[in-house]
Design a protein around this ligand. Structure first.
Ligand code: UD1
Length: 431
C-alpha cells in the first residue's frame, strides 16, 4: 500500500496548475449515457475515481477513450447502445457516485438495476431524495436485496420537485433524468454548486434545455434525444482550496493557475480573516504568508456558496497552529471529524462534541505515523505534515489518489519535502 512521507518545515514557492473538477467530471461522464453520439470531455482529471467510473460505464456499453488533447487530458465517451442496465454492488460500493448512472440508464432505456451505495465512512448518506425525484418523474422504483429496480417503460414525465434540503447528488440525478423526460420539470430548492451549472452547460451543449442551474430553481424542458458535444470540465474548487490552505500552512508564496477564485470566495474570506494574504487573478489566485502566527477563526460548513464541507478538514489542519481557539461546525455530514484523532497524533489539541470541534492552537506539531481515513481527511494530514517538525508518514494514501492528481508532484515542485513510498494498492473504498 502506498504511503506518503513529508518532512515538515519547507516553505512553498512556485506555481500549481489546478486540474479539472473530480466531482464534475464523474457526473459528466455519467451524462454520456444519455446519447449514442460521442461526448468529448476536455480538462479531465486523471484520478482513481474517473478510471473507476470508466470501468463501470464500459460494462454498461460505453466506449471510453483517453487521450492527450491540445489543452491537456481528455476523454471521449461513446455509448452507441446500452448493453446492460445493471450496476453491481461491487462497483457501486467502491464509489458512491456510481449510483448516478441510475437516472441516465432509466432515461435512455427505460430500466435499470443499480446497487444501493450503502453507508460510508462520513455518515449514513442515504439516497432517498434521489429515488423520490425519479419516482416524481414517473419511474417505478422497487428495492430488493440491496438493489434498486427502476422502470419507466413509457418514458419519464416532467414534474415539479421540491427538495427538503440541498443535495448535490439528488439534484444532479433529477437533472440527468429530466432532460429526456416528456414535458417540463422544475427543481425547487436545488443544490447550487458550480458543478451543477457545469453539468447543465454540458447537457445544453448536447441539446438539452436547462436553465437556472447554479441557482436554487432549475427549469428543464424535456427533449426527445440528445447528441454529442465537446465540453471542458470546470476547475476543481476543492483542489484549489486545498493548495491555498497548504500554502498558508507552510508559508511562502504559491500561485494557483487554471482555476477560478470566485469558486472559493468563502474560503478566501476565512484565510484573510486568519491573517493570510490572498491576491486574485483572471486565471486563479496567489496565496502568501511570511512568518507570524495565524489567528483562530470560526467555520460553519454550508451548501455552496457557504464554506465547503470538503475543505473543512484542511482548514482544521491550518487552525491547529493558529493563535487562540477556533470552532468548526459541520452541518452537511455527521461523522466528518475522522481526521481529528489523526491530527491529535501530530500534537494538535482538538475536542469534538457532536457536530462541533474546538481547536486550541498549539506552538508546533510533531511528525508521526498517521492513517488516511477518507479523501478530504487524508489531505488534511498532508497539510499538517508540511508544517510539522520532522517526518510525517501518511498511510493508506489510495484515498488521496481518488481525488488529487499527482499531489506529491504538485507540492514537490513548490519545494515541499514530500515523497511517495510505493506499495500494493488495495481496492478503492467509498467516499
Ligand atoms: C457531494 C460531493 C461531496 C460533497 C457533498 C456536499 C460528489 C461526488 N460528492 O456528495 O464531495 O462533500 O456533495 O457538498 O459530488 N442526503 C440525504 N438523502 C439523499 C441525498 C443526500 O439525506 O437522498 C443528505 C446526505 O446524507 C448529506 C446531505 O444530504 O447529509 C448532503 O449530501 P449531498 O449534497 O447529496 O452530497 P453528495 O452528493 O453525496
Amino acid at each position: 500500500m502506498d504511503r506518503i512521507a513529508i518532512t515538515g518545515g519547507a516553505r512553498l514557492e512556485g506555481v500549481i496548475p489546478i486540474s479539472g473538477a473530480k466531482n464534475s467530471a464523474i457526473k459528466l461522464m455519467a451524462a454520456s449515457l444519455l446519447t449514442e453520439e460521442p461526448l468529448r470531455l476536455t480538462n479531465m482529471p486523471r484520478l482513481a475515481d474517473t478510471r473507476f467510473l470508466g470501468k463501470l460505464l464500459k460494462r454498461l456499453g460505453a466506449e471510453v477513450v483517453e487521450a492527450d488533447g491540445p489543452d491537456g487530458p481528455e476523454t471521449v465517451l461513446t455509448t452507441k447502445e446500452i448493453v446492460s442496465g445493471f450496476a453491481p454492488y461491487d462497483l457501486v460500493r467502491q464509489m458512491r457516485a456510481s449510483f448516478n448512472v441510475l437516472g441516465p440508464l432509466l432515461a435512455r432505456s427505460g430500466q435499470a438495476k443499480v446497487s444501493l451505495p450503502g453507508g460510508c465512512s462520513i455518515g449514513a448518506r442515504p439516497v432517498d431524495l434521489h429515488l423520490k425525484s425519479l419516482e416524481a418523474l414517473g419511474a417505478r422504483i422497487d428495492l430488493h436485496e440491496g438493489y434498486v429496480y427502476a422502470q419507466a417503460p413509457r418514458g419519464l414525465k416532467g414534474a415539479e420537485i421540491t427538495f427538503p434540503f440541498n443535495s448535490v447528488g439528488a439534484t444532479e440525478h433529477a437533472l440527468l433524468a429530466a432532460v429526456l423526460a416528456e414535458g417540463d420539470t422544475v427543481l425547487h430548492n436545488a443544490a447550487a454548486e458550480p458543478e451543477m451549472a457545469d453539468l447543465a452547460d454540458c447537457l445544453n451543449a448536447m441539446g438539452a434545455k436547462v436553465s437556472g442551474a447554479g441557482t436554487r430553481t432549475i427549469h428543464i424542458r424535456g427533449v426527445s434525444r440528445l447528441g454529442g458535444a465537446t465540453h471542458a470540465v470546470i476547475p476543481d474548487r476543492i483542489e484549489t482550496g486545498t493548495y491555498a490552505v497548504a500554502a498558508a500552512m507552510a508559508g511562502g508564496e504559491v500561485r494557483l493557475t487554471r482555476t477560478r477564485s470566485d469558486f472559493i470566495q468563502t474560503l478566501i474570506d476565512k484565510l484573510v480573516e486568519a491573517g493570510v494574504e490572498v491576491v486574485t487573478h483572471d486565471d486563479g489566485l496567489t496565496v502568501k504568508r511570511n512568518g507570524g502566527r495565524l489567528r483562530a477563526v470560526e467555520i460553519t460548513t454550508d451548501p455552496y456558496p457557504g464554506f465547503a464541507t470538503d475543505l473543512q478538514a484542511q482548514f482544521m489542519a491550518l487552525m491547529t497552529l493558529a493563535e487562540g481557539e477556533s470552532v468548526f461546525r459541520e452541518t452537511i455530514f455527521e461523522n466528518r471529524f475522522m481526521h481529528v484523532p489523526e491530527l491529535g497524533r501530530l500534537g494538535a489539541d482538538i475536542t469534538v462534541h457532536g457536530g462541533e470541534a474546538r481547536v486550541r492552537g498549539v506552538e508546533a506539531l510533531e511528525g508521526a505515523q498517521v492513517m488516511a481515513t477518507d479523501l478530504r481527511a487524508s489531505v488534511s494530514l498532508v497539510i499538517a505534515g508540511l508544517a510539522a517538525r520532522g517526518e510525517t508518514m501518511v498511510n493508506r494514501v489510495y484515498h488521496l489518489d481518488r481525488g488529487f492528481e499527482r499531489l506529491e508532484e504538485k507540492l514537490g515542485a513548490c519545494g515541499a519535502q514530500i515523497r511517495r513510498l510505493k506499495g500494493d494498492t488495495p481496492e478503492a473504498e467509498v467516499e
